[in-house]
Write a protein of this length. Structure first.
Length: 354
């Protein structure tokens, strides 16, 4: 018995030593040259408004000219503040217990006042109601969860949803009034891995009615219209042009469970759009960027949506490893981090944003 325990302990310690050695000797992406440089633009357009602890906040959900809305970990509670992140108040959504149980923690909420849209990842369904608490509409999908969703109108949505037959995710357009679902044609790269390797951020430019999808793991993005037709394709300035994601042998396709053999390097984090420009939070350091400047600030790269041309970069004064999402609402920028929410007034005439 002692020998068996000793053998198991030895194997456990050996495994730890091997993993530690691999981590120590692996080429870290920002400790080597990444093959590109940034053109840094001056950041003079931000004026701090306020901040508050993230606590139970799940994400920034929407805004009016005077208020910001935040999803909490409770699907029935919306937090509302002003742009200084002061005077918080709670809004109670009236949902049935059955819906609450179905949503659990796998949901996110967007608010385009007065409409509230709760996206149930795994139900899979979209729940729509008014902030005032009027009738709740539930639109249910065929089996297969979804990972991205955007409301382009109160009853129309763009989703990136798992199709179990092809074992990958595709973009859909949904009309919840007519019950019509339109599936993309040749818009997505398909790897039959549940959409993990091609994961990314989806944003919607309300001015041009264009959606832009930026990949997390490679230096590519593309735009498409609300009819799911591809418009433009572009590259971020880094050189990460190949997918390195591999599906684990343990991912039995018959069970619809997908896992990776190991973590891949995220090169593009969140993104946002403003005034016909795409802004991407890059996690890779340019070859001649100062370590301290890049490590202590969030690097944002700017691209023209119509031409995909790189237009320069700037820093936001927040730690890059904590940033989750960035939004621009009504002449304000809201930066959502893991520990705090930050709000800034922006000078929309500044050339950095235009």
């Amino acid at each position: 018995m002692r020998k068996a325990i000793f053998t198991l302990l030895s194997l456990f310690l050996t495994a730890i030593l091997i993993v530690t050695l691999l981590v120590k000797t692996a080429p870290l992406p920002n400790k080597v040259l990444n093959g590109f440089d940034r053109t840094i633009l001056p950041t003079n357009f931000l004026t701090p408004l306020g901040n508050m602890p993230a606590d139970s906040i799940q994400l920034v959900s929407g805004a009016t000219p005077t208020q910001l809305f935040f999803t909490t970990t409770d699907p029935t509670i919306i937090l509302c503040t002003d742009y200084h992140l002061q005077h918080p108040r709670r809004i109670k959504l009236h949902l049935s217990q059955g819906l609450i149980d179905s949503l659990q923690t796998y949901f996110y909420t967007t608010i385009d006042s007065p409409f509230v849209h709760i996206f149930g990842y795994n139900m899979p369904a979209i729940v729509t109601l008014h902030l005032s608490g009027s009738h709740t509409q539930v639109f249910r999908f065929p089996p297969g969860g979804f990972s991205k969703a955007y409301a382009i109108a109160p009853d129309r949505f763009i989703l990136r949803k798992l199709d179990r037959i092809i074992a990958d995710q595709q973009f859909l357009k949904v009309n919840t009034t007519t019950n019509e679902i339109t599936v993309e044609k040749n818009l997505s790269i398909l790897h039959q891995d549940g959409g993990m390797s091609t994961d990314g951020s989806l944003v919607y430019d309300t001015a041009s009615k264009k959606l832009i999808y930026t990949y997390f793991y490679i230096n590519q993005f593309f735009s498409f219209d609300t009819s799911l037709h591809k418009l433009h394709a572009g590259h971020t300035i880094d050189t990460s042009s190949h997918f390195r994601f591999q599906l684990s042998d343990a991912a039995a396709s018959g069970e619809h469970v997908f896992t990776s053999q190991g973590p891949d390097q995220i090169v593009n984090n969140t993104s946002f759009v403003y005034n016909g420009k795409l802004f991407v939070h890059s996690l890779l350091k340019g070859d001649h960027e100062a370590d301290g400047k890049f490590g202590n600030n969030t690097a944002i790269d700017k691209y023209d949506i119509n031409t995909s041309q790189y237009l320069g970069s700037f820093y936001l004064p927040v730690s890059p490893d904590k940033v989750r999402r960035i939004h621009i609402f009504n002449h304000s920028m809201v930066i959502e981090c893991r520990d705090y929410i930050y709000s800034y007034t922006i000078d929309t005439r500044d050339s950095v944003l235009n």
